[in-house]
Design a protein around this ligand. Structure first.
Ligand code: FES
Length: 145
């Protein structure tokens, strides 16, 4: 049987998570290639619609990785997106999609190993959940066309 390899999108703040991803790379740390990183100037830029659209476009999971609480360069961007992630989790529950497909993490630029851990954690989590119904539908439609 074929193993399910999830598509996961990560919105990473350029000051912390994106730099941590770079550090993980420099440290030659292994993490799954399932993660597609989108660099954002601050996670406060990530909206509810960005998270929902990622799922609609076929991502099986999506997460936001921002600065540690109290260390956002734009003061409260990471706190604002934390609330949005919770809103999206609620919306997903209401429409019958597992809320665990969306998550928020906080880390510093020095936390390369933590970045790799998060990538592994999310990949394993989404593998257990299986393909998102939306992603599955998108893939079937693409195969038909
Ligand atoms: Fe990193 Fe705001 S600057 S989350």
């Amino acid at each position: 049987m074929e193993t399910f390899e999830p598509n996961i999108l990560a919105y990473c703040c350029k000051y912390c998570a994106y730099a941590a991803a770079d550090l993980a790379g420099s440290m030659r740390m292994n993490y799954p290639g399932n993660i597609k990183i989108i660099q954002v100037p601050c996670t406060g830029r990530v909206d509810v619609l960005h998270l929902l659209k990622a799922l609609e476009d076929g991502a099986d999971g999506v997460y936001v990785a921002g600065c540690l609480e109290g260390e956002c360069h734009f003061i409260s961007g990471n706190l604002k997106v934390k609330k949005r992630v919770l809103q999206v989790k609620k919306i997903l529950s209401q429409i019958g999609i597992e809320p665990e497909r969306v998550e928020m993490f906080n880390l510093s630029s020095a936390m390369g190993p933590r970045f790799a851990e998060i990538a592994v954690e999310m990949t394993e989590r989404i593998r257990k959940l299986g393909p998102s119904v939306v992603g599955l539908y998108q893939r079937r439609q693409a195969a038909v066309n």
